[in-house]
Design a protein around this ligand. Structure first.
Ligand SMILES: [Ca+2]
Length: 305
């Protein structure tokens, strides 16, 4: 019995999820989205929408195609200010070769506008996962009332969001540094902003818990996920930072996901993206620690891809 089968036995209502991804230089974003699509199809989550926070020519069409391959049509938003170099990013064009209802980035709303609409329309609460750069969530928090809701972004998140699940940071050392919080000034700024102003709790899945969890090596050759991995140069599998983050959010519990938890206050340096953590049982933030060998986590993910 895989993880999703076990969740199905106890969960009475699907968990609502909005997902952010950079979908850019690394292929573990693709494995993470596969887990979300399969969880959606299994009825244990509702994937409400996807925000893309690094934008190249094939970004939205390739995300759209990958979702359609699994029979799921999902609203997509993009951060149109985050135009990135597409050099070395080859799986996106490959995936855009599959049928896709979203034909261009221009067909999509701004990411933070999509998040506002989805939250305002939602009956109940959602969780937000982010496996790339966190600036769309910052833009959401900084937003004002609009045609979707009279609430400010912070009020809307406080009312409609349970928890943020971020693949971000490096927490096993002091002043750790990780790509999603340091690649661009806006990433560091957003990391700092979320730590200080998020009205809902944050769980960080850090760089250190994903490096020895290698997945994706056994996916059938004709599957677009496998083709994305091979095109990326990861035919023998890839580190699982992003899949571990979404799987923890799907399970919706760090301990059930097989982790230790450190509670406290996270801080991100807005200038450098360096991160630090002050343990405190009453703090709003958590980071997770590995308590099993990497293969234990990898086997659970591989069984779902
Ligand atoms: Ca990513």
């Amino acid at each position: 019995m895989n993880v999703f089968d076990k969740i199905k036995k106890t969960r009475t209502e699907p968990v609502n999820l909005i997902h952010g991804t950079d979908w850019w230089t690394d292929c573990d974003d693709v494995a993470a989205l596969r887990l979300l699509l399969r969880a959606h199809r299994a009825g244990i989550i509702r994937l409400l929408g996807i925000g893309i926070n690094s934008v190249m020519e094939y970004s939205a069409p390739s995300v759209s195609a990958f979702c359609e391959y699994d029979g799921v049509t999902v609203p997509i938003g993009v951060d149109k200010t985050a135009l990135r170099d597409g050099k070395g990013c080859r799986y996106q064009e490959l995936l855009a070769g599959y049928p896709h209802p979203v034909h261009s980035n221009e067909d999509c709303p701004e990411g933070w506008r999509l998040y506002r609409r989805l939250l305002a329309e939602l009956d109940g609460k959602a969780d937000i996962t982010e496996v790339g750069f966190p600036q769309i969530i910052m833009q959401l928090l900084q937003s004002g009332p609009d045609e979707f809701s009279p609430l400010s972004g912070r009020e809307l998140v406080k009312e409609k969001v349970n928890r943020l699940w971020l693949m971000a940071g490096k927490w096993d050392v002091s002043d750790g540094k990780e790509y999603n919080l340091s690649a661009y000034p806006v990433c560091s700024e957003a990391g700092d902003y979320l730590c200080r102003f998020s009205p809902v709790p944050i769980t960080f899945i850090g760089h250190e818990v994903g490096t020895d969890v290698i997945t994706g090596e056994n996916v059938p050759e004709d599957d677009p996920l496998r083709r994305a991995f091979v095109t990326h140069g990861s035919k023998d599998g890839r580190c699982s930072w992003d899949p571990l983050t979404v799987l923890t959010a799907i399970i919706n519990d760090e301990v059930q996901a097989g982790y230790g938890v450190v509670q406290g206050f996270a801080r991100v340096d807005p200038a450098t993206g360096g991160n630090n953590f002050m343990p405190d049982p009453d703090g709003p933030h958590r980071y997770v620690t590995q308590i099993h060998p990497g293969k234990w986590y990898a086997d659970r993910i591989n069984a779902l891809l």
